[in-house]
Write a protein that binds this ligand. Structure first.
Ligand code: MG
Ligand code: ZN
Length: 240
């Protein structure tokens, strides 16, 4: 088979991370290390403030409390991936016809720690997120994922731009997106008829799809409550 013909049979599977691949939200989980001071800082900010920049300030608060890299990473390792969500991921392992990506507004340190903890590092061909690192003093530093000109997404990340890039690079036969948040909507609008969006029931993405902002959505919509629903969909539709 030629490379082009092979490419036509490929499947793209894109996971959002917080509250999609992962049960909980990494930023909220990390904030617990910053105590009341972090909570007050968060409460002082409005909806229009950049969340990623706020997290940078919260990581500085956490560092000021004497929390070093080891303790921070151990805390993050306590986060849970639902057993069946993990099984759904494992189902994709070793598949040469499937490309699994993560597209997330969390950060590279949190995602790395958890992919390592759940032995998922090799599954994901690409992780697109806000770059982060611990500096020489052990303080976690975060940067914006990219700059973009989209008026509907948050300042630091337009997931649609990356979706378009994934799709332009490889002519996928079908695409699957697993998400929950408002930030996933613009990415979901890049899906074509025949593609599938697995959207978490009761979360902002489902709500936004029902508003005028979601009227251009063209793919199949599969609402899900837990990893069990995602696993059964994967078993039915993505089994080799
Ligand atoms: Mg999410
Ligand atoms: Zn956008």
């Amino acid at each position: 088979m030629t490379a082009a013909a092979e490419a036509c049979h490929r499947t793209l599977v894109v996971f959002d991370f917080d509250q999609s691949l992962l049960e909980d939200d990494t930023d909220r989980w990390s904030m617990k290390l910053g105590g009341d001071e972090a909570a007050a800082l968060r409460a002082s900010r409005g909806r229009d403030d950049c969340w990623t920049d706020l997290m940078g300030e919260i990581f500085a608060v956490i560092h000021s409390k004497g929390v070093g890299r080891e303790q921070f990473e151990a805390h993050m390792q306590g986060m849970v991936i639902h057993t069946d969500m993990l099984a759904a991921c494992k189902l994709m392992e070793g598949r040469t016809d499937v490309d699994c990506f993560i597209l997330s507004d969390s950060n590279s340190v949190f995602i790395d720690v958890l992919l390592e903890r759940y032995v998922l590092k090799n599954l994901f061909k690409r992780v697109v997120t806000n770059p982060a690192h611990f500096d020489e003093n052990g303080c976690l530093r975060i940067q914006h994922c990219h700059s973009h000109s989209c008026a509907t997404c948050v300042l630091n990340l337009c997931k649609a731009e990356f979706m378009s890039e994934f799709i332009a690079t490889t002519p996928y036969a079908r695409k699957v997106y697993i998400g929950d948040g408002g930030g996933d909507l613009h990415a979901a609008l890049q899906l074509s008829p025949g593609d599938t969006l697995l959207a978490r029931r009761g979360y902002p993405l489902m709500k936004k799809l029902a508003t005028p902002a979601g009227q251009d959505f063209k793919a199949n919509l599969v609402p899900w409550d837990s990893g069990t629903d995602v696993l059964s969909w994967f078993q039915k539709h993505l089994s080799s």
